[in-house]
Write a protein that binds this ligand. Structure first.
Ligand code: PHE
Length: 533
């Protein structure tokens, strides 16, 4: 370690060890488990609830519901950038997590109220709260390990398992609640879903409130950040940010952009039934792609400025991190077909009839990924440890390459099934889609926890939270592109065997190409990392 690094690297207290890791890891694990319980417990119900409650079940509401849902996910990731910055520069990590948890819980209780405006305000509140919570709890994990500690990637893999345990359990619980607490068999009780999520978030808050003493000084505000007044400012900032997010969430923002561009004559209007259709004129997803892109450029610039300020080593490390972020976008763009095109595939092209005529529900495929993640995570964690002992643990870019290749292999299975296994009813068997989810998960485990870990190693110390926000933002950009890509696979008339085959073949080549490229340029990226492994 150079002297400047020694000066800036935060010291790690002598934590008691539990199961081979610093004890606070398990506290962070449980805090994040409950937060993800809240997040994923209600996510599945959002679009369904919008149609049921605000459109009285009219399918015409599906467009609005999907757009709102897409905007919600994109904004949740984008908010992480601001949340990370608040922790770095304004109130420190622990207090950001606490404020985030309070705000998020408030939002979850707000969405229970049957008024469209309050509902959207509630979602905006969840977004702001999550922005303060999610990146910062991840950064805390990194602070438990000293600079050269080889257990860091494994710690993050375990933490990631907590994330997915929450994601796995909660839809089962809330799904059951929704169908149990209702007198009308066709109508789900979404209030029960939101209530359970809100309670989950309170558990997360209390867990961290009590458990944070274990952390000692780590994540406490720096001397110049101390004082309660700053927390008040952050709360005020949240209150101001919520209407802004609300404006973007409700589609008001993309319509405003469309109007401005129409006025300038930069785009042509699409007129339907005598009125301009703004969504067809300029899709909200396109506006979002630009907003997220601009945010990403701004973030990269700020990180680079800090990198340059700290000298050559830090500058190179920021470059390496940003290069990896770009590959991360690709990974999630295709991974997230799970939320879109794979469901159309499951619904229309996969033979889901089981023994005795029972039909496997489309929604259940969503559990395959988190379930395989929880089952596979300990093995991947062990594998890194085993390889490390033999001095064979792959470098960060190579792990990323493996992640992309795992994702690519999932598409090979689909290419094979869609070209060789189509039966006379134009259906493919059940098992290829299950394998797709398992292979994607294997890829995810090589890439996603390693990405979190990497940020805590490569980011300038003063901006770790902000950089973590950038990591989530890159995932969000991938998610947003995934919807645009899925739209192309389905086209105007819906997915067919032919359109699926061509879309998924394209996905394979892009992922495999990127994965191999990373393998080849890994030594170069490693050089930019200056000894970080
Ligand atoms: N399951 C992951 C999580 O909720 C998905 C994800 C990956 C989200 C990367 C953001 C960034 O954390």
């Amino acid at each position: 370690m150079s002297t400047t690094e020694k000066a800036t690297a935060p010291t790690v207290p002598d934590y008691p060890q539990t199961l081979g890791h610093p004890r606070p890891l398990w506290m962070l694990f449980m805090t994040e488990f409950w937060e993800r319980f809240a997040f994923y417990g209600m996510r599945w119900a959002l679009a369904l609830y919008i149609v049921a409650e605000f459109f009285h079940g009219d399918p015409a509401g599906q467009g609005f519901a999907s757009r709102t849902y897409g905007a919600y996910l994109a904004l949740v990731y984008a908010a992480a950038v601001f949340g990370g910055y608040v922790a770095d520069r304004i109130i420190g990590y622990q207090r950001s997590i606490l404020v985030g948890a309070v705000v998020m819980a408030a939002g979850l209780f707000m969405i229970m109220l049957p008024d469209e405006r309050i509902f959207l305000l509630g979602l905006s509140t969840v977004i702001v709260g999550n922005g303060l919570f999610k990146p910062n709890i991840s950064s805390m994990v990194g602070r438990l390990y000293s600079v050269g500690d080889a257990r860091r990637d494994r710690g993050f893999t375990l933490f990631y398992m907590g994330i997915n345990a929450g994601a796995l359990v909660s839809p089962l619980v809330t799904g059951w609640l929704a169908s149990h607490f209702t007198d009308m068999p066709m109508q789900q009780n979404y209030k029960a879903v939101f209530l359970a999520s809100g309670v989950g978030m309170l558990v997360s808050l209390v867990w961290f409130w009590i458990g944070r003493r274990q952390l000692g000084p780590v994540g406490r505000p720096a001397p110049e950040q101390a004082g309660r007044l700053r927390v008040v400012y952050v709360f005020l900032g949240c209150v101001l940010a919520i209407p802004l997010v609300f404006f973007m969430l409700g589609g008001g923002f993309s319509e405003l952009v469309a109007r401005a561009l129409l006025d300038m004559g930069a785009i042509k209007p699409t007129v339907i039934d005598g009125a301009i259709n703004y969504e067809k004129t300029l899709p909200a997803a396109t506006v979002r792609a630009w907003v997220l892109g601009v945010l990403f450029v701004g973030l990269s610039a700020l990180l680079l400025v800090e990198g340059f300020r700290e000298g050559k080593v830090q500058r190179d490390r920021v470059f390496a991190m940003l290069i990896i972020f770009v590959f991360n976008v690709l990974f999630w763009m295709f991974y997230e077909q799970a939320g879109s095109s794979f469901n159309f595939l499951a619904q229309n092209i996969v033979d889901r009839e089981m023994f005795g005529g029972w039909v496997f529900p489309v929604g259940w495929f969503q559990s395959v990924a988190p379930l395989s993640l929880v089952l596979l995570a300990p093995f991947v964690s062990l594998a890194w440890g085993w390889l490390d002992k033999r001095r064979m643990e792959p470098s960060i870019p190579r792990k990323f390459g493996l992640g992309l290749i795992g994702n690519a292999l999932a598409f090979v299975v689909l290419m094979y099934a869609l070209s060789e296994l189509v039966d006379s009813r134009h259906l493919i068997p059940f098992w290829p889609l299950v394998m797709v989810y398992v292979l994607q998960t294997l890829g995810e485990l090589c890439l996603s926890p390693i990405g979190l870990s990497m940020v805590t190693k490569l980011a300038p110390v003063r901006l770790v939270g902000f950089a973590m926000g950038g990591w989530f933002l890159s995932t969000g950009i991938g998610n947003n592109l995934s919807g645009i890509f899925a739209g192309h696979v389905s086209g105007e008339t819906g997915m067919t065997v032919a359109s699926a085959l061509s879309g998924f073949t394209f996905s394979f080549w892009l992922l495999a190409g990127a994965g191999v490229l990373l393998f080849v340029i890994a030594p170069l990226i490693n050089r930019l990392m200056h000894g970080v492994k």
